[in-house]
Design a protein around this ligand. Structure first.
Ligand code: SAM
Length: 278
């Protein structure tokens, strides 16, 4: 496959395909970026790669050359003729034309044998966070994700405590993954050109597990602590046994006037344990 803005446009015109904003369709038209994503993903030959949103298949084609198997989820069925044409040489690509967010991915991957499971994708921007949350909440055994996301959203994923971007999602993500920015990507490499720049982010599964068999209390605590970001813990957690929380905070030289955005994940873990999390 060759890539250039002209080629891609010609191909879309030939297949009478119109890019759809509602599905976040900004296709990559720069081969260097595609190569960069694939190289940085360091795909081993016995890897199953899940790609969300193959679009015209330009990234898929390269992924297929490295992976054992590529499993794609594409919501837009009108992309089928384009994908069939562009991926006709790839016998290790399966495409499910369905919404990733409501898919039973755990069941879908059961039919493959593989050593590593990666997610590699240029994500549709309008549902970046729900997609990543689904990977976590469905407890998918993903070893690594390499995803292109809108720059501002990516900054939130790797935010540190006491910064404006630090929130409950940052904490969830950092419980499970090492998060690292791999590279900046200019808006000029997409068709159509979006209003924002992008970054490629890598999430590597942490070896150490959360110290809870049943993390519900922990997750609920984190969610409630951030419910109103400008408010302190005394306000956001007023339905909790506050003296128990206060005791933990004291050990760190803090009190209930602290805001959730100032607390690292370790303190949330200690509070959840004090609240009975096991
Ligand atoms: N991978 C292609 C590329 O990089 O050129 C296209 C990426 S484009 C940013 C996002 C793709 O995700 C589109 O093909 C869009 O139709 C698809 N998509 C949007 N929402 C989806 C969903 N809920 N489930 C599966 N695919 C979705």
């Amino acid at each position: 496959m060759e890539y250039s803005p002209r080629k891609m446009q010609e191909q879309l015109d030939n297949k009478e395909f119109h890019l759809k904003k509602k599905f976040g369709q900004n296709f990559i038209i720069d081969e260097n970026i595609i190569n960069n994503i694939v190289d940085k993903s360091k795909i081993e030959k016995d890897t199953l790669v899940i790609e969300i949103g193959p679009g015209a298949g330009s990234l898929t084609y390269k992924l297929a050359s490295q992976a054992k198997q590529v499993l794609c989820y594409e919501i837009d069925t009108t992309l089928k003729p384009l994908l069939e044409e562009n991926l006709k040489e790839c016998d290790n690509v399966d495409i499910l034309y369905q919404d990733f967010l409501v898919s039973n991915v755990k069941e879908d991957i059961q039919k493959y044998s593989y050593q590593q499971l990666y997610v590699v994708a240029n994500l549709p921007y309008y549902i970046t966070t729900p997609i990543i949350m689904k990977v976590i909440e469905d407890d998918l055994p993903v070893d690594k994700m390499v995803v292109m996301v809108q720059k501002e959203v990516g900054d939130r994923f790797k935010a540190k405590p006491k910064t404006k971007d630090y929130n409950s999602l940052t904490i969830y993500l950092n419980c499970f993954f090492e998060v690292e920015k791999l590279m900046d990507v200019s808006r000029n490499v997409f068709l159509p050109k979006p209003n924002v720049d992008s970054i490629i982010i890598e999430f590597r599964r942490k070896k150490e597990k959360l110290p809870f068999q049943n993390p519900e209390i922990f997750f609920q605590l984190v969610k409630d602590s951030f419910v109103q970001k400008r408010k302190n813990l005394r306000n956001n957690l007023k339905n909790y046994p506050l003296p128990v929380i206060e005791d933990v905070l004291k050990r760190y030289g803090l009190d209930l006037n602290v805001r959730a955005e100032a607390l690292p994940v370790e303190i949330f873990i200690e509070i959840a344990k004090a609240l009975g999390g096991k």
